[in-house]
Design a protein around this ligand. Structure first.
Ligand SMILES: Cc1ncc(COP(=O)(O)O)c(C=O)c1O
Length: 400
């Protein structure tokens, strides 16, 4: 996820606008900022680019998830269903609002298996949170139907899938709310930043207040703001928003390079009949930040990973099954509910119960999967060389 690969004059120009006025904060200072409002400009650009009625910028994707959950009214006593394969931020955010993360098996979409979701619903379930991992999407029609039948909220964690679509709509704009991350390794970056997207004005207004201490932002005098509810400081700075503004203008070109590079690599791997690929509910909507491919079984996958490591060609490819950040198997801090400050006994018990379940179905998927990150800077020759080396490593393990 490569926004950082193309950092240049455009970012410098936007940053200079802010540095010239010296007003680094997104709110207030109306006179000295001389008409420079980068965060507001970026929020407008997000709404236009992604087809969302509202967008609230915040300081990170993690903050976007916490803010969205608070704005959707998710909190103590609620359960949020999310996949076993995600980033730690997804469950951190659930716990940050006092709710319980309920992990559910993934399928070959690499995100929520709708049948497993149905089985996990209890009277406490409030929200289903698909995480659109590695540039592609969950089976959103199935999940939307489950939400409608059970009166549940749909919150899309689209932090890793900026610019991907499902049946013509941008990921992040399909549920009650969606979130993006603009951290340094996302499709577009502003170093650190995130956004909540929603078509619901009341959800947006809550995000607006919650991410700035609950200030109501109604008058011109910031110091006179009222506080209709409690909030926190999840604000983005003008410096970060400025970089985001330059990057969002490059999104189309990033996506088209990604798609081209992805297709060259995929065509090479397709020549090996034993390799299969991630199931993509709407293939036209894949943002192609990763190519996720499967080996026939765990043992072959492990040997291919070892062979790739031995040949020094594993860098840039992830074997998520053994990954500390992204898969439930290695989240010992969560399984033991190891927190710096005490959780309530009830929340602690529930968290430990839900995280230590058997996730054999997820193991069966992720233990066969390798995801290769697609770089924007690769030349065609480099992709062909990489693809051919991958094929040779697989064939060696297969004894061909
Ligand atoms: C799926 C997912 N959700 C949330 C986040 C959190 O984003 P941030 O790093 O901006 O807090 C990430 C970041 O990697 C992510 O991959």
């Amino acid at each position: 996820m490569p926004g950082y690969e193309f950092f240049g004059e455009e970012e410098r120009k936007e940053l200079n606008d802010v540095i010239t006025t010296g007003i680094l904060m997104r709110y207030g200072f109306d006179g000295p900022r001389k008409g420079i409002w980068k965060a507001i400009e970026l929020e407008k650009a997000i709404c236009e680019t992604f087809g969302s009625k509202h967008a609230q910028l915040v300081s990170s994707g993690t903050a976007a998830l916490s803010t969205a959950m608070a704005a959707l009214g998710i909190g103590y006593g609620d359960e949020v269903i999310l996949p076993t394969f995600t980033f730690v931020a997804s469950f951190e955010a659930v716990i940050s609002v006092g709710a319980i993360p309920v992990f559910v098996d993934i399928d070959e979409t690499l995100t929520l298996n709708p049948e497993a979701v149905k089985k996990a619903i209890t009277p406490k379930t409030k929200c289903i949170m698909p995480v659109h991992m590695c540039g592609s999407m969950a089976d959103l029609d199935a999940l939307k139907n489950i939400c409608a039948e059970n009166n549940l909220l749909l919150l899309e964690d689209a932090c890793q899938s900026i610019g991907a679509t499902y049946k013509g709509k941008m990921l992040g704009t399909i549920g009650n709310a969606g979130t993006f991350s603009f951290d340094f390794v996302k499709t577009i970056t502003c170093a650190e930043g995130g956004a909540v997207l929603t078509n619901d004005e009341s959800v947006y207004l809550k995000c607006d207040g919650y991410s700035d201490h609950g200030h109501d932002h109604k008058g011109v005098d910031r110091g006179a703001d009222l506080h209709p509810f409690l909030g926190y400081n999840y604000r983005i700075s003008e410096l970060h928003a400025a970089i985001g503004l330059a990057q969002i203008k490059k999104l189309d070109s990033f996506l088209s390079i990604q798609k081209k590079n992805h297709s060259i690599l995929k065509n090479i791997l397709t020549t090996v009949p034993e390799i299969s690929f991630r199931k993509i509910p709407d293939p036209a909507g894949d943002s192609c930040t990763f190519l996720s491919w499967f080996l026939p079984n765990t043992s072959i996958a492990e040997k291919v990973v070892e062979e790739m490591k031995a040949q020094n060609i594993l860098a840039g490819s992830a074997y998520w099954f053994n990954n500390n950040w992204h898969y439930v198997r290695k989240w010992n801090h969560l399984k033991n509910a190891t927190t710096l400050s005490a959780l309530s006994e009830e929340v602690k018990k529930e968290v430990m119960h839900h995280t230590t379940k058997d996730f054999a179905a997820s193991d069966a998927v992720l233990s066969r999967c390798i995801s290769t990150a697609i770089s924007l800077t690769w030349t065609e020759d480099q992709i062909i060389e990489k693809g051919e080396k991958f094929v040779a490593a697989v064939n060696k393990v297969l004894g061909k």
